[in-house]
Design a protein around this ligand. Structure first.
Ligand SMILES: [Zn+2]
Length: 101
């Protein structure tokens, strides 16, 4: 991935986050469901707290463009899911089938 070292490190932490939540819905949902729904895992939790939503989405676009995660990176829903390529990148095994949504 063509990223600065720190951003690469954050991307890795996002992939680790997705790895730990295979089969779960993850996203950038906070603004949509804040306080309304049951907890939905949010990849933003793997990024620096002070990062803006725009910056978080920009990183997810790089990750998705590089084929390391599936999902929607436009900000409408998220649904990020680690791909086989993403698992290879962090040298971790698949524990749940890729849903490909
Ligand atoms: Zn979208």
């Amino acid at each position: 991935m063509n990223l600065k070292p720190f951003h690469k490190q954050v991307a890795r932490s996002v992939l680790e986050y997705l790895f730990a939540r295979q089969g779960e819905w993850t996203g950038l949902w906070d603004l949509y469901f804040a306080g309304k729904k049951d907890k939905v895992y949010d990849v933003a939790e793997a990024m620096p707290l002070h990062w803006s939503r725009r910056r978080r989405l920009a990183l997810m676009r790089v990750i998705v463009r590089n084929g390391l995660s599936g999902g929607c990176d436009c900000g409408c829903r998220g649904d990020f899911e680690i791909t086989d390529k993403g698992l290879i990148y962090i040298n971790k095994p698949r524990t749940k089938e890729y849903t490909g949504y």
